[in-house]
Design a protein around this ligand. Structure first.
Ligand code: ASP
Length: 336
């Protein structure tokens, strides 16, 4: 029987309707009462770490979760973390950077409907998460709608549908079929990358995400500089374009990177890669000293930048970190 640590942090799965709407209140022992058969299959230890809607989960909570997992790892075959779905992809990708070389499974899950609702998806998601631990799928992942998605590739794409998460620019790590869990590991190169797990939980909170619109006011960049942001992620158009006719922020952008601010450019498109070398609207960005995010999700870019700036103050080192693939978050490792 596998021994599993179940860490609960809140989310819809543990929510009940109160005066102000759904809010997490159900403690882990009660959660398990709705999961008939789970405790017969696994030796489960529970730990109620937080009780938050995931909209309230931020850097402090990421650090707390990472430290809790790191300290507990030796005693268990794996860890399941219940978490709200709204920011689960951010937590999962941040944990992937903070807990590198993870050989054991750390699986986040939750549900679109509370566990007490007769139509809930909680039961299926929880059993899928525990099955991922049983299979030994290594690293941080999300179990949802019978799929196992690498934490650093997950994006929440639905507010209501049960298939709330997609694996962006990467295949599933596992999938449940009528004959059980099919694990797709080892992923190419994954085993070789696995080293003894290391906790690297320093991060920088001064990171801003700017989504371009046609005609974004360039005055935003000097403001961000004044606010002392050390890192800026720009969600640019298509393969990575930014306007320069009539409204241009290229000069301000150059000033920012020359002042040591790390600027990473990704795409507003969910799928495929950005490539700033294709169009003039992209090459002009490169000339300003920005870093390419290639095919990373926005969630992965934001958390990687926070994490990278927590490891170093040297912008060149941040650039090097972005060229490095730590957990499968980027397909263009070692690209310029
Ligand atoms: N608002 C909830 C949360 O993220 C949504 C959910 O869990 O599905 O905590």
């Amino acid at each position: 029987m596998k021994s599993v640590l179940l860490i609960t942090t809140g989310g819809t799965i543990a929510s009940r309707a109160g005066g102000s709407g759904l809010a997490p209140t159900i403690p882990p022992a009660e959660l398990l009462r709705y999961l008939d058969g789970l405790t017969d299959r696994y030796r489960i230890t529970t730990r109620e770490l937080l009780n938050l809607d995931s909209s309230n989960i931020q850097a402090d909570e990421w650090i707390l979760i990472a430290r809790t997992v790191y300290r507990a790892l030796d005693g268990y075959d794996g860890v399941v973390i219940t978490h709200g779905t709204d920011t689960m992809a951010y937590t999962a990708t941040m944990l992937s950077f903070m807990l590198q070389g993870l050989q054991k499974p750390v699986v986040l899950t939750g549900s679109q409907m509370p566990i007490e609702d007769p139509l809930t998806d909680a039961r299926s998601n929880m059993f899928t998460a525990f099955a991922a631990v049983e299979c030994g799928i290594p690293g941080v992942s999300i179990a949802f709608d019978r799929k196992i998605i690498a934490g650093c590739r997950a994006v929440k794409v639905r507010t209501m549908g049960f298939d709330a998460f997609q694996s962006v620019n990467a295949g599933y790590l596992g999938e449940v079929f009528a004959d059980g869990m099919h694990a797709a590991v080892p992923l190419p190169g994954l085993r070789e990358r696995l080293a003894p797990v290391a906790l690297k939980d320093s991060l920088c909170r001064e990171v801003f995400l700017l989504k371009l619109i046609p005609g974004t006011d360039p005055a935003i960049l000097p403001l961000l500089r004044k606010m002392n942001y050390r890192g800026i992620v720009i969600e640019a158009f298509g393969a990575g374009g930014m306007q320069f006719v009539r409204t241009t922020m290229l000069d301000q952008l150059k000033a920012l990177t020359e002042a040591g601010v790390s600027v990473v450019v990704c795409s507003q498109c969910l799928y495929d890669t950005s490539d700033l070398t294709i169009y003039e609207v992209g090459t002009r960005l490169l000339d300003c000293g920005v870093i390419s995010a290639w095919d990373m999700t926005t969630e992965a870019v934001v958390t990687k930048l926070m994490w990278a700036l927590g490891q170093t103050e040297d912008p060149e080192e941040v650039r090097r970190i972005f060229r490095t693939d730590y957990c499968g978050e980027i397909s263009h490792a070692d690209a310029p």
